[in-house]
Design a protein around this ligand. Structure first.
Ligand code: NFE
Ligand code: MG
Length: 518
């Protein structure tokens, strides 16, 4: 008999997500992903000065901080007709790249790793490493004091959970170490952005905070530390887990889903925006050998099962008419589709489209299928690749400064145009991010965001086709309905951020409204 399991809220994510699965004979037969938090950014931007959009939209989310301001600035650059000089492009990349170096390890160590390790194994550590013994003593003392948060409560470890005391204690040691490294990554971003989260340097036409050589030196030395950490700790841990104890999960491709992947492309380093470090592309039906061209016109947002009125439209003409009483709807997340395909976006999509040798070799050698474990591997590989590219870009900044006469802004005092349209298509840590702005009489007439977690966590569309995460849950083993650990492993592997996905807040009261799903 089918049994329904509701996980509400899903913890260790950003925002409010409710996941419902129907389990039959120990596997998931059907699934629903619902964003249950109500916010309001698209609506409150109407009538505002377009230049404010950079700062207002950046407040959508403090996790992928900067991503929305960047997408907004790109949309405004286009709408205003601004051309960002090369050094301005590089400064945007350097600040935003540092934020990614914070974001990816945060997801692995602090949000996801506890799905895979039996943290109680720390007590069994018998080795001589003083660092690991210090971790053991710390954790044991916390447990004895009844203060083991955020390591508990947790799902029960299962057959896949890593129980080797040395591996687990090392992972917990790295969990703590990664906190220090994240603070340093944020410092890198703040050095350039003035402050973090929500920098004050991103503006239409470029960047505002001209770096001294000393600032670049500080950034560069922190970056070298990051590269060492990302390559020799983060990526290494992911590979040790993924090709070791978690290999059966990786090979089974648990949480694989449709096999549809998409990237808009991001981190251009040229004035023409042609040379993208992460290339755009589309993969459908698991055919990873064939990367198709990405065409922005093929995007629509469906709302059949979302709490909105209206009809499916391209985001440049999209609407946000909230209707929380709509029948049969079950989410505040809209359902974006690309040529009617529900697309997975994020690090795995970007890496399968860009095909870095290091990842493709591991996938081939160990026969790993796209799924939850592959998502973690792709995220780690991507962090290392990006960190190394940041080194190239910071050295390019020295070179430009050495030549003298460089600009990080086009030095135009931009006033909003009477009319204008712009699209800021980019990549955020969690995947493809798009902002669309229409300007009329120098004010924002319409503003639409389609965000990575909107793609991944979308509900069904007008053809009743499930969203990417809903589909990825089909077939996931749940041998014990009281311990749906594989469900959260799959859900968290997408690094959900529902604040981004809904970008709505009740404007009068700031209250988070509660809706019962099911
Ligand atoms: Ni709030 Fe975000 C990222 C954006 S969303 S985290 O990365 O845009 O999925
Ligand atoms: Mg939107």
């Amino acid at each position: 008999m089918a049994e329904k399991i509701v996980i509400d809220p899903v913890t260790r994510i950003e925002g409010h997500l409710s996941i419902t699965v129907e389990v039959e004979n120990g596997v998931v037969k059907d699934a629903w992903s619902a964003g249950t938090m109500f916010r309001g950014f698209e609506v409150l931007l109407q009538g505002k000065d377009p230049r404010d959009a950079v700062y207002v939209t950046d407040r959508v989310c403090g996790v992928c901080t900067g991503s929305h301001g960047w997408a907004s600035a790109l949309a405004l650059d286009e709408a205003f007709g601004a051309t960002v000089p090369e050094a301005g492009v590089l400064m945007r990349n350097l600040m935003m790249g540092a934020i990614w170096l914070h974001d990816h390890p945060l997801h692995f160590y602090h949000l996801s790793a506890l799905d895979y390790i039996d943290v109680t194994a720390v007590a069994q550590y018998k080795g001589n490493d003083p660092k690991l013994n210090a971790v053991k003593d710390k954790i044991v003392a916390l447990v004895q004091a009844g203060d083991a948060h955020p390591l508990v409560p947790r799902y029960q470890p299962d057959e896949f959970s890593v129980k080797d005391p040395e591996l687990v204690t090392t992972a917990v040691y790295h969990y703590l170490f990664a906190l220090d490294m994240q603070a340093k990554a944020k410092r890198m971003a703040a050095l350039l952005g003035g402050k973090i989260p929500h920098n004050s340097a991103m503006v239409v036409g470029g960047f505002t905070n001209f770096p001294s050589v000393e600032t670049l030196n500080n950034y560069r030395s922190l970056l070298l530390e990051q590269i060492d950490f990302l390559e020799n700790v983060y990526l290494k841990d992911v590979l040790i887990f993924g090709t070791g104890p978690l290999l059966p999960l990786a090979q089974a491709g648990i949480g694989g889903g449709y096999g549809n992947f998409m990237a808009y492309g991001g981190f251009h380093d040229d004035v023409e925006k042609k040379n993208l470090f992460f290339k755009p592309g589309v993969i459908v039906n698991g055919n990873i050998d064939q990367v198709l061209e990405f065409t922005p016109d093929k995007i629509t947002e469906e709302i059949t099962y979302s709490w909105y009125n209206g009809e499916a439209k391209h985001p440049s003409e999209g609407e946000t008419k909230v209707n929380p009483d709509k029948e049969n709807a079950y989410s505040f997340v809209k359902a974006p589709r690309y040529e009617a395909y529900a697309m997975e976006v994020g690090p795995l999509a970007r890496m399968l489209i860009n095909k870095p040798q290091v990842l493709m070799d591991v996938i081939k050698k160990y026969n790993i299928k796209p799924g939850a474990v592959a998502r973690h591997a792709a995220r780690a590989v991507e962090a290392v690749l990006l960190a190394k590219q940041l080194l190239v870009w910071v050295d390019k900044m020295y070179e430009l400064i050495g030549k003298g006469d460089i600009k990080i802004h086009d030095n135009t005092k931009w006033q909003p145009p009477k009319e204008g349209k712009g699209a800021g298509l980019n990549e955020a840590p969690r995947g493809a991010l798009g902002h669309w702005v229409n300007i009329k009489d120098q004010k924002i007439e319409n503003y639409q965001l389609v965000v990575p977690s909107t793609w991944n966590f979308s509900p069904r569309d007008d053809k009743k086709k499930r969203g990417p995460v809903e589909e990825a849950l089909i077939g996931v083993p749940v041998p014990d309905p009281k311990n749906p650990i594989n469900v959260v492993r799959v859900v968290r592997s997408f690094d959900p951020c529902l604040s981004c996905a809904i970008h709505l807040i009740e404007p009068e009261t700031n209250e988070i409204l509660k809706y019962r799903v099911l």
